[in-house]
Design a binder for this molecule. Structure first.
Ligand code: GLU
Length: 441
């Protein structure tokens, strides 16, 4: 067996002459580095600490503050000291059922909900608890595939087309499933999506649901950006494929609380066995999510006028930024799909291939490395999302601004125009301008 780089020899396994499945898992893990999103965040912070001006468009975290009512609830619940039920605080699970009823007209009982320390951990647990292949489109969020890799689960990448906004289509999914119709599969669908910001139309969801039904796919619907779909009309996949869809959501992206680490899965009754298996794994690993955080998350799901206003303003600001980013980068020669929600854009600079090649840039990794070096704009290469190495694509998160100040300005009645973005989202505007000029050079 080969030790990982830097592994001290005194811990090196000797006398192991075959690689058992458990050892294979160890080896899978050792070949991975830090997740790309977190690595770029730490690198950006380190460069900024050295005195460089960095535009932090790498990690996708909400620019907006934790809503006041959540902050107050956290203060009021600081004394909560007991371990909570593995599946989560009953009152929080009830508030999530109310939220899913109110926003999606879907009926769930508290027993159908599993709370996790971020939906990311639950995504890992589902891959441990389910036996199917993981099916994800190119591009997909950076962690789905590495999670499968850690566990040793096969990943099938579903090819996509820039003319179909790089999303899943029913036809392509059907063609994939037809190659081996009986094979168990777990499809992850993310809408609005990371990294493209693309959102599926109700018609597209219903066509995909038909294929999922036909091939009995398990569908994990990652709806973490649903609350920041700009038109406020996010539709859950569970409305179309109720019996086979697990909804994944949380407070990280639409309630400014990524660092609070609170997510949930909502299961249909038919998948209670999977919820139980995941709860068993949860009970043996993280036990239950932090008690004060669970109490404090309730107002996010209860909604109300204040929360609605917060969401409405957040969506308006993000939507205006998405328009700005798209039009400036399109003008610079990039191809982008229409952005419906979230806080990402995925420009592809293939039309500028010759100019960039003349500067020694022929891969997305070179593109983002050189961009950071020359301009201080931190982004992630398209290859991290499963795109071919030589596609000149990158993901940027237009979040480097003071969201609290921007919300206050909107509340004070300022118009949400170009001058607003320059005033309140200046680092994003400057970073995009620097990127555009750099590719145009
Ligand atoms: N989902 C965020 C992103 O794609 C970061 C959170 C994470 O990776 O844990 O940038």
């Amino acid at each position: 067996m080969t030790p990982a780089d830097g592994e001290p020899t005194e811990f090196r396994a000797t006398g192991l002459n075959h690689v058992s499945p458990a050892i294979q898992l160890n080896l899978n893990l050792r070949s991975l580095g830090l997740s790309a999103t977190l690595e770029i965040n730490e690198r950006s912070a380190a460069l900024a600490a050295e005195g460089r001006k960095i535009y932090k468009l790498g990690l996708g975290q909400s620019p907006f503050p934790v809503p006041d009512q959540l902050q107050r609830a956290l203060q009021d619940n600081a004394h909560q000291k007991d371990y909570l039920a593995v599946q989560g605080l009953p009152a929080l699970r009830q508030s999530i059922c109310d939220y899913l009823k109110r926003t999606q007209d879907l009926d769930f009982d508290p027993e159908d909900i599993l709370i996790g320390p971020g939906s990311k951990e639950l995504m890992f647990l589902i891959q441990m608890a389910y036996y199917g292949d993981l099916v994800i489109p190119r591009p997909s969020w950076v962690s789905y595939a590495p999670q499968a890799q850690i566990i040793g689960r096969p990943v099938t990448w579903l090819e996509t087309d820039p003319n179909e906004a790089l999303g899943v289509t029913a036809d392509r999914l059907r063609a994939l499933c037809a190659t081996d119709p009986e094979r168990p599969r777990l499809l992850i669908l993310n809408s609005p999506g990371n990294p493209t910001g693309f959102g599926y139309s109700p018609e597209a969801l219903s066509e995909i649901a038909e294929v999922a039904q036909e091939y009995r796919l398990l569908l994990l619907s990652d709806e973490i950006y649903g609350g920041v779909q700009f038109d406020g009309k996010h539709q859950s996949m569970a409305r179309y494929y109720r019996g086979g869809t697990i909804i994944s959501d949380g407070i990280s992206k639409w309630a400014g609380s990524g660092g609070w680490r609170l997510g949930f899965f909502a299961f249909p009754k038919s998948l209670a066995w999977l919820r139980k298996a995941m709860s068993a794994a949860a009970s043996e690993t993280y036990t239950s999510v932090s008690a004060p955080i669970q109490h404090a998350a309730i107002p996010a799901f209860e909604g109300g006028a204040q929360m609605e206003l917060y969401l409405h303003r957040s969506r308006a600001i993000l939507g205006a930024l998405a328009d700005h980013v798209s039009s400036r980068l399109t003008q610079a020669g990039a191809k982008l799909n229409p952005i419906r929600g979230g806080f990402y854009a995925f420009p592809v600079f293939d039309a500028l291939r010759d100019q960039l090649a003349a500067r020694g840039i022929t891969t997305s990794a070179q593109l983002t490395r050189q961009l950071l070096e020359d301009t201080g704009v931190a982004t992630l290469p398209g290859s991290c999302f499963g795109r071919p190495d030589t596609e000149l694509s990158l993901r940027l998160a237009y979040v480097d601004f003071n969201g609290a100040a921007a919300l206050d300005a909107l509340q004070a009645g300022e118009d949400l125009d170009a001058a607003f973005l320059t005033r309140h989202c200046n680092r994003v505007v400057e970073g995009i301008e620097a990127m555009a000029r750099w590719v145009e050079a």
